[in-house]
Write a protein that binds this ligand. Structure first.
Ligand code: UDP
Ligand code: MN
Length: 244
């Protein structure tokens, strides 16, 4: 019996949102035993995402929680409340008898199908390299004799877990056994969210290296260029309303 993979995706309304979600769904649809937890950063579920998910062909749960306005600022961590809402849903709707792996899948990254084969065997917390992140071609956990012994990173190497959100997965059992483990706003700088979270549930020496001892890049921290809407009409709108 295959373990279910739960991917928690925070997402927010913007011009490229449906394009990003389409790219994700095209990947996730091909992953067996997959459950997509989509958490909108909004005060209500939007029509666009409601319709999108209903047609996506991916098993899903659709949640929403708005980021408090005071946290919507450059230089502050993003999607803290949304990721925690995904965790809260799992804690409420899943029990230790359900076997699962939890992964945080931002809506703009690029995911290889092989990544899901790797993370599915997670027993506690597994880790792997992430491409195009931290000002480098990739970051990765350094592995010696099957154990993580350090981090290849170009940014804040002093982090206990110097890893991007896309670089780890946690077994559902560990999420349920640590009901207080959450992403923190207070005292958490951007880029420290991952480390602060992982500290609450594991230790570096217990991490399980995946992707050939962390030597293969199976996920990329891609970022989508801001779209140019400089030629949107101010007066003569189109004769039909089209969702983009
Ligand atoms: N996000 C969100 N609300 C925001 C900004 C971002 O829910 O106000 C989501 C976004 O859709 C993505 C995740 O949070 O899934 C990380 O955001 P982003 O990709 O902008 O961060 P970065 O790539 O800079 O780490
Ligand atoms: Mn991103």
């Amino acid at each position: 019996e295959l373990t279910t993979i739960y991917a928690i995706t925070p997402t927010y309304s913007r011009a490229v949102q449906k394009a990003e979600l389409t790219r994700l769904a095209n990947t996730f649809r091909q992953v067996p035993r997959f459950h997509w937890i989509v958490v909108e950063d909004s005060s209500a579920r939007t029509e666009l995402v409601l319709r999108f998910l209903a047609r996506s062909g991916v098993p899903y749960t659709h949640l929403h929680i708005p980021t408090p306005k005071r946290y919507k600022r450059a230089g502050l961590p993003r999607a803290t409340e949304q990721r925690n809402a995904g965790l809260a849903w799992l804690r409420l709707h899943r029990s230790p008898r359900d076997s699962g792996v939890v992964f945080f899948a931002d809506d703009d990254n690029t995911y290889s199908l092989e990544l899901f084969d790797e993370m599915r065997t997670t027993r506690m917390v597994s880790v792997w390299p992430v491409g195009l992140v931290g000002g480098r071609r990739y970051e990765r956990p350094l592995v010696d004799k099957g154990r993580v012994v350090g981090w290849y990173t170009g940014w804040r190497a002093d982090r206990q877990f110097a890893i991007d959100m896309a670089g780890f997965a946690v077994s559902l059992r560990i999420i349920l056994a640590n009901p207080k483990a959450v992403f923190k706003r207070r005292g958490s700088q951007p880029g420290m969210q991952e480390s602060d979270f992982l500290k609450q549930i594991t230790q570096v020496q217990d991490l399980e290296p995946k992707a050939q001892n962390c030597t293969r890049v199976l996920v990329w921290h891609t970022r989508t260029e801001k779209v140019n809407l400089g030629n949107e009409p101010k007066h003569r709108q189109d004769t039909v309303q089209i969702e983009v």
